[in-house]
Design a protein around this ligand. Structure first.
Ligand SMILES: NC(=O)c1ccc[n+]([C@@H]2O[C@H](COP(=O)([O-])OP(=O)(O)OC[C@H]3O[C@@H](n4cnc5c(N)ncnc54)[C@H](O)[C@@H]3O)[C@@H](O)[C@H]2O)c1
Length: 272
């Protein structure tokens, strides 16, 4: 390892189980010398898995529902206290759509569900940054990262209302990122990750097909959760100080592909 985060303090949202992207980020951040607080929705804590990660990384856990300002204020105040100073990095790794979970088609959304999913998956990023900004809790040259997916730019029908949530999330990274950069020299970026087999990812209809299609389209193949964690670490490190307001594709090249040989081959003979 490279000691890239030696002495840095962070908050990591969204480690649910060992498959979670946030879980891998926590493990890698620990290996790179960071100390951090782990947080997740109180309901997710009941599964108890996060305790293992906390023990492994020597971290404290502070439950917070990312839709509650009260919870987020408590989280940030306590984190600064526990870590003994301002925060150098924050990972927002949160996503949930009730329309997806209940199998409702995009053209027949339940708007209560849409509201809830938007609050959890998208507005929560604004809330987190609001609390960090107003409490002046971020260190100079700190870094904030949220995870997103390319359905924010292109149509993936079964991604449902999460596509709209991700478009908002990416926009907020730019809008809030401006003020964070101007006032605190803090950078804000989103990482647009390949489809990844996690609890949230596997909830999308036809996820298996989705995964193998992306694998066959990408010259480097799909990026794994661990590879995503590695990339995230670089964005938390001092090696990327002037990267901000960006949506960064971490997808083995998928986002710039039109067609690959393997996909083309599967259509050979169609015009004969
Ligand atoms: N898995 C993929 O294919 C993929 C691809 C691109 C981007 N992403 C994004 O990566 C991020 C992490 O997802 P993942 O794939 O690791 O799945 P995951 O299911 O492991 O993580 C989602 C997390 O969101 C948390 N969460 C849900 N409601 C919450 C709330 N109210 N308050 C706080 N936390 C809450 C869950 O407890 C869970 O820990 C999400 O933003 C997701 O959209 C995932």
């Amino acid at each position: 390892m490279y000691n890239l985060l030696k002495g840095k303090k962070g908050i990591i949202f969204g480690a649910l189980n060992a498959d979670s992207i946030a879980w891998k980020v926590a493990e890698r951040a620990h290996q790179e010398g960071a100390t951090f607080v782990l947080t997740n929705a109180p309901i997710a804590m009941r599964m108890g898995e996060i305790n293992k990660l906390a023990a492994e990384t020597g971290s404290e856990i502070i439950p917070a529902d990312a839709t509650s300002m009260e919870d987020l204020e408590n989280l940030v105040e306590k984190s600064v206290e526990i870590l003994g100073g301002k925060i150098d990095f924050v990972l927002h790794s949160i996503g949930m759509s009730i329309n997806v979970r209940k199998g409702l088609h995009y053209t027949n959304s339940n708007y209560e569900f849409t509201h809830k999913g938007f609050d959890v998956s998208a507005l929560s990023f604004h809330r987190v940054m609001n609390v960090l900004y107003n409490k002046k809790a971020m260190s100079r040259w700190g870094s904030i990262v949220a995870l997103t997916y390319m359905a924010a730019q292109r149509v993936f029908p079964d991604y449902n209302d999460m596509a709209d949530n991700k478009a908002y999330l990416e926009s907020v990274a730019r809008s809030f990122g401006y003020f964070f950069g101007r006032d605190f020299k803090v950078r804000v970026n989103t990482i647009s990750q390949s489809p990844t087999p996690t609890t949230a990812g596997s909830g999308v209809k036809g996820f298996g097909g989705f995964l193998s299609y992306a694998e066959k389209m990408s010259p480097l193949g799909n990026a794994t959760a661990l590879e995503c964690a590695d990339y995230t670490i670089t964005l938390f490190s001092d090696l990327t100080k002037k990267v901000t307001l960006q949506n960064l594709f971490h997808d083995g090249g998928f986002s710039n592909m039109g067609i690959s040989d393997v996909i083309m081959d599967s259509f050979m003979g169609a015009d004969e």
